[in-house]
Design a protein around this ligand. Structure first.
Ligand code: GLV
Length: 326
């Protein structure tokens, strides 16, 4: 029996995708992530499944060339790389991987929060560079976290996990949610406020909303100026939620104190970008979910979504469940 053909956009450790053995015939793209390679696209007409990463754009054009496609499985919780509306029109379920990376991303958010608050990279470099000549009572001063206010934009699974960690550090937590949020979220000890109040009162603003048409450029010249001059912006969600040029000005001109970014726009941020020159900006290469456990669980969940789609069963995590009501 011929197994269904699946395009795996980039190779993954075999043990992470062991579940596909005996269920799918894989055509595998190149090791370097960033889109579907031409040799993969030669098979698109026969593909019944796509297993992709957040760096692979699944466009309407691609889906239109795939008459046999029955599932798109994205190995990420975010799915802004997928034209979900187009997939829905074609009746193709799209899977993502929420839940299994929550703790890893929340940990990294706290790491960025603490590192920006205490100026960690500069202090470490100064020690290495011989500037540590004595214990200085006024040297390398940073922000306190206990008693400070953390403002969470988007209180989903990751936002909540960050809130719990911040509460354990003695921080006050406030959050904002989009106005038409279907299920107003209740989180003990955290107060829901308007986005404007959050910007005006938070000492740390941490972004945990998805990238959508309404969150693209959410942090811009106008909104960055509403933050406290002493505040820190943290982005472990998606780069384009923050306008890069506006953030550069905000840091250079002192509208805010510091920024911690695990995601940027563009991604990767070119090494010559001026944001790297600012000691008040910490930039990481999109590693929020990069623990051995989280990445393996993401791949395993993406396999389960893929297999369910190929078998015509509902995906474990489907971002467009309306395909099942047609
Ligand atoms: C990572 O950014 C993810 O969306 O899983």
């Amino acid at each position: 029996m011929a197994f269904p053909l699946v395009l795996l956009s980039h190779p993954l450790p075999p043990e992470w995708i062991a579940r596909l053995q005996g269920h799918a015939r894989l055509v595998v793209g190149p090791a370097q992530p960033g889109g579907f390679a031409p040799h993969l696209l030669e098979h698109i007409g026969q593909a019944e499944g796509i297993f992709c990463l957040l760096t692979d754009p699944v466009t309407e054009e691609l889906v239109a060339c795939a008459p046999r496609l029955r599932v798109v499985s994205n190995m990420a919780v975010g799915f802004d790389n997928v034209d979900v509306a187009a997939c829905t029109r074609y009746g193709i379920p799209v899977g993502n991987t929420p839940g299994v990376l929550t703790e890893a991303v929340a940990d990294l958010t706290m790491l960025l929060l603490l590192a920006t608050a205490r100026g960690l990279p500069k202090a470490a470099m100064d020690a290495r560079d011989g500037l540590w000549t004595t214990w200085s009572p006024t040297g390398w001063l940073g922000m306190d976290t206990a008693g400070a206010t953390l403002g969470i934009v988007g209180l989903g699974k990751i936002g909540r996990a960050v809130a719990q960690r911040a509460q354990a550090f003695g921080m006050q937590v406030i959050y904002s949610e989009k106005e038409n949020s279907l299920s107003p979220q209740i989180f003990s000890g955290a107060r829901r406020v308007s986005f404007d109040e959050l910007l005006a009162t938070a000492d740390f603003v941490s972004l945990h909303c998805p990238l959508t048409a309404s969150t693209r450029g959410l942090m811009n010249e106008f909104t960055l100026k509403k933050m406290k001059k002493s505040a820190v912006l943290l982005n472990t969600a998606r780069g384009p939620i923050v306008e890069t040029a506006a953030l550069l000005r905000a840091l250079r001109e002192g509208w805010i104190f510091a920024a911690g970014l695990d995601v940027t726009d563009p991604e990767p941020l070119p090494p010559a970008h001026p944001l790297y020159d600012l000691p008040t900006c910490i930039i990481l290469p999109h590693i929020g979910s990069a623990t051995f456990g989280a990445r393996r669980r993401m791949a395993e969940l993406a396999c389960e979504n893929l297999l369910a789609g190929l078998a015509g069963r509902p995906l474990l995590n489907c971002v467009n469940p309306q395909v099942y009501n047609r």
